[in-house]
Design a binder for this molecule. Structure first.
Ligand code: ADP
Ligand SMILES: N[C@@H](CCOP(=O)(O)O)C(=O)O
Length: 321
Protein backbone atom coordinates (compact mmCIF):
# COMPACT_ATOMS: atom_id res chain seq x y z
CA UNK A 1 0.00 0.00 0.00
CA UNK A 2 1.10 3.53 -0.50
CA UNK A 3 0.91 5.16 2.89
CA UNK A 4 4.52 5.73 3.78
CA UNK A 5 4.02 8.25 6.59
CA UNK A 6 1.63 7.70 9.47
CA UNK A 7 -0.02 10.72 11.03
CA UNK A 8 -1.72 11.10 14.39
CA UNK A 9 -5.10 12.77 14.90
CA UNK A 10 -3.42 15.45 17.03
CA UNK A 11 -0.85 16.48 14.43
CA UNK A 12 -3.49 16.38 11.67
CA UNK A 13 -5.81 18.56 13.76
CA UNK A 14 -3.00 21.07 14.31
CA UNK A 15 -2.14 21.05 10.57
CA UNK A 16 -5.78 21.64 9.58
CA UNK A 17 -6.17 24.66 11.86
CA UNK A 18 -4.52 26.77 9.12
CA UNK A 19 -7.04 25.66 6.47
CA UNK A 20 -10.66 26.85 6.01
CA UNK A 21 -12.05 23.32 6.04
CA UNK A 22 -14.02 23.21 9.26
CA UNK A 23 -13.83 20.41 11.83
CA UNK A 24 -12.11 17.07 11.17
CA UNK A 25 -14.66 14.22 11.29
CA UNK A 26 -12.58 11.28 10.02
CA UNK A 27 -9.46 10.36 8.08
CA UNK A 28 -8.03 7.21 6.58
CA UNK A 29 -5.01 6.21 4.51
CA UNK A 30 -5.56 5.36 0.82
CA UNK A 31 -3.89 2.15 -0.31
CA UNK A 32 -3.83 3.01 -4.04
CA UNK A 33 -1.05 5.07 -5.59
CA UNK A 34 2.69 4.73 -5.84
CA UNK A 35 4.63 7.84 -5.13
CA UNK A 36 3.08 9.68 -2.17
CA UNK A 37 1.09 9.09 1.03
CA UNK A 38 -2.57 9.99 0.52
CA UNK A 39 -5.33 10.31 3.09
CA UNK A 40 -9.06 10.77 2.57
CA UNK A 41 -10.41 13.36 5.02
CA UNK A 42 -13.99 14.16 5.92
CA UNK A 43 -14.53 17.50 7.63
CA UNK A 44 -17.61 19.53 8.45
CA UNK A 45 -17.01 21.31 5.07
CA UNK A 46 -16.74 18.19 2.89
CA UNK A 47 -14.22 15.65 1.61
CA UNK A 48 -10.56 16.38 0.86
CA UNK A 49 -7.40 14.53 -0.10
CA UNK A 50 -4.33 15.14 2.02
CA UNK A 51 -1.05 14.31 0.28
CA UNK A 52 2.32 13.98 1.98
CA UNK A 53 5.04 14.14 -0.66
CA UNK A 54 7.56 11.30 -0.69
CA UNK A 55 9.97 9.50 -3.02
CA UNK A 56 10.30 11.11 -6.47
CA UNK A 57 8.58 14.41 -5.72
CA UNK A 58 10.99 17.31 -5.13
CA UNK A 59 9.65 19.95 -2.72
CA UNK A 60 10.98 22.64 -5.08
CA UNK A 61 8.58 21.37 -7.78
CA UNK A 62 5.45 21.62 -5.62
CA UNK A 63 4.61 25.23 -6.56
CA UNK A 64 4.57 24.12 -10.22
CA UNK A 65 2.33 21.07 -9.59
CA UNK A 66 -0.11 22.82 -7.26
CA UNK A 67 -0.10 26.01 -9.33
CA UNK A 68 -0.88 23.96 -12.43
CA UNK A 69 -3.85 22.24 -10.76
CA UNK A 70 -5.18 25.60 -9.64
CA UNK A 71 -4.71 27.07 -13.13
CA UNK A 72 -6.43 24.11 -14.81
CA UNK A 73 -9.30 23.97 -12.33
CA UNK A 74 -9.94 27.69 -12.85
CA UNK A 75 -10.06 27.08 -16.61
CA UNK A 76 -12.72 24.39 -16.24
CA UNK A 77 -10.56 21.24 -16.32
CA UNK A 78 -11.95 18.83 -13.76
CA UNK A 79 -8.92 18.33 -11.53
CA UNK A 80 -8.31 18.80 -7.81
CA UNK A 81 -8.17 22.36 -6.53
CA UNK A 82 -5.46 22.92 -3.90
CA UNK A 83 -6.96 24.45 -0.77
CA UNK A 84 -5.30 27.70 0.27
CA UNK A 85 -4.47 28.25 3.94
CA UNK A 86 -5.51 31.39 5.78
CA UNK A 87 -2.09 32.90 4.87
CA UNK A 88 -2.61 32.14 1.16
CA UNK A 89 -0.10 29.26 0.99
CA UNK A 90 -0.99 25.85 -0.46
CA UNK A 91 2.05 23.93 0.82
CA UNK A 92 2.48 23.09 4.49
CA UNK A 93 4.48 20.60 6.56
CA UNK A 94 3.07 17.54 8.29
CA UNK A 95 5.00 14.77 10.05
CA UNK A 96 8.17 16.36 8.71
CA UNK A 97 7.06 16.11 5.08
CA UNK A 98 5.77 18.72 2.62
CA UNK A 99 2.00 18.34 2.51
CA UNK A 100 -1.02 19.79 0.70
CA UNK A 101 -4.77 19.54 0.87
CA UNK A 102 -6.73 19.23 -2.39
CA UNK A 103 -10.41 18.88 -3.18
CA UNK A 104 -11.91 15.39 -3.50
CA UNK A 105 -13.14 14.37 -6.97
CA UNK A 106 -16.07 12.01 -7.47
CA UNK A 107 -15.74 9.09 -9.87
CA UNK A 108 -14.00 5.76 -10.37
CA UNK A 109 -11.07 4.78 -12.54
CA UNK A 110 -11.82 2.10 -15.13
CA UNK A 111 -10.07 -1.27 -14.94
CA UNK A 112 -11.10 -2.29 -18.47
CA UNK A 113 -11.23 0.80 -20.70
CA UNK A 114 -13.49 0.60 -23.76
CA UNK A 115 -12.92 2.52 -27.03
CA UNK A 116 -15.43 5.08 -25.70
CA UNK A 117 -13.32 5.62 -22.56
CA UNK A 118 -10.27 6.00 -24.82
CA UNK A 119 -12.03 8.62 -26.93
CA UNK A 120 -12.99 10.51 -23.77
CA UNK A 121 -9.47 10.42 -22.37
CA UNK A 122 -8.02 11.60 -25.70
CA UNK A 123 -10.34 14.58 -25.64
CA UNK A 124 -9.60 15.31 -21.96
CA UNK A 125 -5.87 15.23 -22.69
CA UNK A 126 -6.19 17.73 -25.54
CA UNK A 127 -8.36 19.98 -23.34
CA UNK A 128 -5.71 19.80 -20.63
CA UNK A 129 -3.01 20.79 -23.17
CA UNK A 130 -5.14 23.70 -24.38
CA UNK A 131 -5.98 24.92 -20.87
CA UNK A 132 -2.33 24.74 -19.77
CA UNK A 133 -1.09 26.73 -22.78
CA UNK A 134 -1.02 29.99 -20.82
CA UNK A 135 0.23 28.53 -17.53
CA UNK A 136 3.16 30.84 -16.74
CA UNK A 137 5.43 28.46 -14.80
CA UNK A 138 7.73 25.89 -16.41
CA UNK A 139 9.33 22.65 -15.29
CA UNK A 140 11.79 20.55 -17.29
CA UNK A 141 10.94 16.86 -17.62
CA UNK A 142 12.98 15.06 -14.96
CA UNK A 143 12.42 11.80 -16.85
CA UNK A 144 13.54 12.81 -20.35
CA UNK A 145 15.84 10.72 -22.61
CA UNK A 146 19.02 11.89 -20.83
CA UNK A 147 17.64 10.58 -17.53
CA UNK A 148 16.63 7.27 -19.15
CA UNK A 149 20.33 6.69 -19.83
CA UNK A 150 21.16 7.49 -16.21
CA UNK A 151 18.50 5.05 -14.95
CA UNK A 152 19.75 2.43 -17.37
CA UNK A 153 23.31 2.77 -16.04
CA UNK A 154 21.92 1.95 -12.59
CA UNK A 155 19.98 -1.10 -13.81
CA UNK A 156 21.74 -2.67 -16.75
CA UNK A 157 24.09 -5.00 -14.86
CA UNK A 158 21.07 -6.74 -13.29
CA UNK A 159 18.50 -6.40 -16.10
CA UNK A 160 18.92 -10.01 -17.22
CA UNK A 161 17.74 -11.11 -13.76
CA UNK A 162 14.27 -9.97 -14.87
CA UNK A 163 14.52 -11.77 -18.22
CA UNK A 164 17.61 -13.23 -19.91
CA UNK A 165 18.59 -11.05 -22.90
CA UNK A 166 16.78 -7.96 -21.60
CA UNK A 167 19.97 -5.87 -21.40
CA UNK A 168 20.68 -6.38 -25.11
CA UNK A 169 17.08 -5.56 -26.07
CA UNK A 170 17.07 -2.34 -24.11
CA UNK A 171 20.38 -1.19 -25.60
CA UNK A 172 18.66 -1.31 -29.02
CA UNK A 173 15.77 0.82 -27.76
CA UNK A 174 18.11 3.39 -26.25
CA UNK A 175 19.99 3.60 -29.56
CA UNK A 176 16.70 4.11 -31.43
CA UNK A 177 15.51 6.96 -29.21
CA UNK A 178 18.82 8.73 -29.75
CA UNK A 179 17.04 10.27 -32.78
CA UNK A 180 14.47 11.85 -30.40
CA UNK A 181 12.19 14.39 -32.17
CA UNK A 182 13.26 18.00 -31.62
CA UNK A 183 10.91 20.38 -33.39
CA UNK A 184 7.41 19.31 -32.43
CA UNK A 185 4.81 21.42 -30.55
CA UNK A 186 5.62 21.69 -26.85
CA UNK A 187 3.61 22.68 -23.79
CA UNK A 188 2.66 21.47 -20.33
CA UNK A 189 2.03 17.72 -20.33
CA UNK A 190 0.56 15.47 -17.63
CA UNK A 191 3.18 12.78 -18.32
CA UNK A 192 1.43 9.99 -16.34
CA UNK A 193 -2.17 9.91 -17.57
CA UNK A 194 -2.72 6.21 -16.86
CA UNK A 195 -6.21 4.79 -16.22
CA UNK A 196 -5.72 5.06 -12.44
CA UNK A 197 -5.33 8.81 -12.84
CA UNK A 198 -8.59 9.40 -14.72
CA UNK A 199 -11.97 9.21 -13.00
CA UNK A 200 -15.20 8.49 -14.87
CA UNK A 201 -18.83 8.98 -13.93
CA UNK A 202 -21.52 7.61 -16.26
CA UNK A 203 -19.05 7.06 -19.10
CA UNK A 204 -17.73 10.66 -19.03
CA UNK A 205 -14.43 11.88 -17.61
CA UNK A 206 -15.17 13.35 -14.18
CA UNK A 207 -11.64 14.16 -13.08
CA UNK A 208 -7.92 13.99 -13.77
CA UNK A 209 -5.54 13.51 -10.85
CA UNK A 210 -1.87 12.99 -10.00
CA UNK A 211 -0.05 15.87 -11.67
CA UNK A 212 3.25 15.03 -9.98
CA UNK A 213 5.12 14.18 -13.18
CA UNK A 214 3.70 17.19 -15.11
CA UNK A 215 6.31 19.19 -17.00
CA UNK A 216 7.01 21.02 -20.24
CA UNK A 217 7.68 18.63 -23.08
CA UNK A 218 6.41 17.45 -26.48
CA UNK A 219 2.59 17.39 -26.48
CA UNK A 220 2.57 14.29 -28.68
CA UNK A 221 4.72 12.47 -26.11
CA UNK A 222 1.75 12.72 -23.71
CA UNK A 223 -0.45 11.07 -26.36
CA UNK A 224 2.13 8.32 -26.81
CA UNK A 225 2.04 7.67 -23.06
CA UNK A 226 -1.75 7.36 -23.20
CA UNK A 227 -1.61 4.97 -26.18
CA UNK A 228 0.68 2.75 -24.11
CA UNK A 229 -1.38 2.98 -20.95
CA UNK A 230 -4.91 2.72 -22.43
CA UNK A 231 -4.78 0.80 -25.70
CA UNK A 232 -3.03 -2.48 -24.90
CA UNK A 233 -5.00 -5.50 -23.75
CA UNK A 234 -4.00 -7.70 -20.79
CA UNK A 235 -2.11 -10.01 -23.19
CA UNK A 236 -0.22 -6.89 -24.44
CA UNK A 237 -1.81 -6.98 -27.87
CA UNK A 238 -2.42 -3.47 -29.21
CA UNK A 239 -6.10 -2.66 -29.69
CA UNK A 240 -6.12 -0.43 -32.75
CA UNK A 241 -9.82 0.42 -32.25
CA UNK A 242 -8.95 1.92 -28.86
CA UNK A 243 -5.91 3.69 -30.36
CA UNK A 244 -8.04 5.17 -33.15
CA UNK A 245 -10.65 6.32 -30.63
CA UNK A 246 -8.07 7.94 -28.35
CA UNK A 247 -6.40 9.73 -31.26
CA UNK A 248 -9.75 10.84 -32.71
CA UNK A 249 -10.84 12.16 -29.29
CA UNK A 250 -7.61 14.13 -29.01
CA UNK A 251 -7.87 15.46 -32.56
CA UNK A 252 -11.46 16.59 -32.03
CA UNK A 253 -9.87 19.35 -29.91
CA UNK A 254 -6.35 19.75 -31.37
CA UNK A 255 -5.50 18.24 -34.77
CA UNK A 256 -1.99 16.79 -34.84
CA UNK A 257 0.70 18.29 -37.09
CA UNK A 258 2.12 15.94 -39.77
CA UNK A 259 5.46 15.85 -37.90
CA UNK A 260 3.71 14.68 -34.72
CA UNK A 261 1.90 11.91 -36.59
CA UNK A 262 5.16 10.77 -38.22
CA UNK A 263 6.92 10.75 -34.84
CA UNK A 264 4.30 8.61 -33.05
CA UNK A 265 6.16 5.27 -33.37
CA UNK A 266 9.33 6.75 -31.90
CA UNK A 267 7.46 8.64 -29.16
CA UNK A 268 5.52 5.52 -28.20
CA UNK A 269 8.73 3.51 -28.05
CA UNK A 270 10.42 6.21 -25.96
CA UNK A 271 7.48 6.47 -23.58
CA UNK A 272 7.36 2.69 -23.14
CA UNK A 273 11.09 2.75 -22.42
CA UNK A 274 10.63 5.50 -19.80
CA UNK A 275 8.01 3.53 -17.86
CA UNK A 276 9.88 0.26 -18.30
CA UNK A 277 13.00 1.88 -16.81
CA UNK A 278 11.36 3.41 -13.73
CA UNK A 279 9.59 0.11 -13.09
CA UNK A 280 12.82 -1.86 -13.62
CA UNK A 281 14.68 0.42 -11.23
CA UNK A 282 11.99 -0.03 -8.56
CA UNK A 283 11.81 -3.78 -9.24
CA UNK A 284 15.53 -4.19 -8.68
CA UNK A 285 15.98 -1.79 -5.78
CA UNK A 286 12.86 -1.91 -3.61
CA UNK A 287 12.92 -4.86 -1.19
CA UNK A 288 10.05 -7.34 -1.34
CA UNK A 289 7.57 -6.63 1.41
CA UNK A 290 8.16 -2.85 1.30
CA UNK A 291 5.08 -0.65 1.28
CA UNK A 292 5.57 0.47 -2.34
CA UNK A 293 3.25 -0.84 -5.05
CA UNK A 294 5.91 -2.25 -7.41
CA UNK A 295 4.81 -2.48 -11.05
CA UNK A 296 5.96 -5.16 -13.45
CA UNK A 297 8.60 -3.89 -15.92
CA UNK A 298 7.82 -6.82 -18.26
CA UNK A 299 4.46 -5.25 -19.15
CA UNK A 300 6.45 -2.44 -20.72
CA UNK A 301 9.15 -4.68 -22.22
CA UNK A 302 6.29 -6.35 -24.14
CA UNK A 303 5.02 -2.99 -25.34
CA UNK A 304 8.56 -2.16 -26.49
CA UNK A 305 8.58 -5.36 -28.55
CA UNK A 306 5.39 -4.20 -30.25
CA UNK A 307 6.77 -0.73 -30.99
CA UNK A 308 10.00 -2.14 -32.47
CA UNK A 309 7.98 -3.89 -35.18
CA UNK A 310 5.86 -0.88 -36.14
CA UNK A 311 6.26 0.20 -39.77
CA UNK A 312 4.31 3.48 -39.61
CA UNK A 313 1.98 5.63 -37.50
CA UNK A 314 -1.13 4.17 -39.19
CA UNK A 315 -0.66 1.03 -37.10
CA UNK A 316 -1.59 3.05 -34.00
CA UNK A 317 -4.95 3.91 -35.55
CA UNK A 318 -4.22 7.48 -36.54
CA UNK A 319 -6.35 8.70 -39.44
CA UNK A 320 -3.83 9.43 -42.22
CA UNK A 321 -6.44 10.81 -44.67
N1 ADP B 1 -8.49 14.58 -5.73
C1 ADP B 1 -8.79 13.30 -5.50
N2 ADP B 1 -10.08 12.93 -5.38
C2 ADP B 1 -10.42 11.65 -5.12
N3 ADP B 1 -9.50 10.67 -4.92
C3 ADP B 1 -8.20 10.98 -5.03
C4 ADP B 1 -7.77 12.30 -5.35
N4 ADP B 1 -6.42 12.31 -5.37
C5 ADP B 1 -6.02 11.07 -5.10
N5 ADP B 1 -7.09 10.24 -4.87
C6 ADP B 1 -7.06 8.82 -4.50
O1 ADP B 1 -5.75 8.52 -4.07
C7 ADP B 1 -5.16 7.50 -4.91
C8 ADP B 1 -3.68 7.80 -5.11
O2 ADP B 1 -3.53 9.08 -5.68
P1 ADP B 1 -2.31 9.41 -6.66
O3 ADP B 1 -2.26 10.89 -6.84
O4 ADP B 1 -2.39 8.57 -7.90
O5 ADP B 1 -1.10 8.94 -5.76
P2 ADP B 1 0.42 8.69 -6.14
O6 ADP B 1 0.97 10.02 -6.60
O7 ADP B 1 1.00 8.19 -4.89
O8 ADP B 1 0.44 7.66 -7.25
C9 ADP B 1 -5.97 7.54 -6.19
O9 ADP B 1 -5.99 6.30 -6.85
C10 ADP B 1 -7.35 7.91 -5.66
O10 ADP B 1 -7.99 6.76 -5.15
N1 LIG C 1 2.06 5.13 -13.89
C1 LIG C 1 3.38 4.66 -13.53
C2 LIG C 1 3.67 4.68 -12.08
C3 LIG C 1 3.22 5.92 -11.35
O1 LIG C 1 2.07 5.55 -10.63
P1 LIG C 1 0.87 6.51 -10.20
O2 LIG C 1 0.11 5.73 -9.19
O3 LIG C 1 1.56 7.74 -9.66
O4 LIG C 1 0.08 6.79 -11.45
C4 LIG C 1 3.58 3.22 -14.03
O5 LIG C 1 2.57 2.57 -14.32
O6 LIG C 1 4.74 2.77 -14.10
Amino acid sequence: MAVYTDISEEELGAFLRDYPVGRLLSYKGIAEGTENSNYLLHTSEGAFILTLYERRVEAADLPFFLGLMEHLAKKGVSCPLPVRRQDGETIGTLAGRPAALITFLEGMWVRKPTPQHCREVGRALAELHAAAADFPMTRANALSPAQWLRLWELCKARADEVEPGLAREVEADLAAVDRWPQHLPVGVIHADLFPDNVFFLGGRVSGLIDFYFACNDLLAYDIATCLNAWCFEKDISYNVTKGAALLAGYQSVRPLKPGEVAALPLLARGSALRFMLTRLYDWLTIPDGALVNKRDPMEYVRRLRFHRRITGPGEYGVDLA
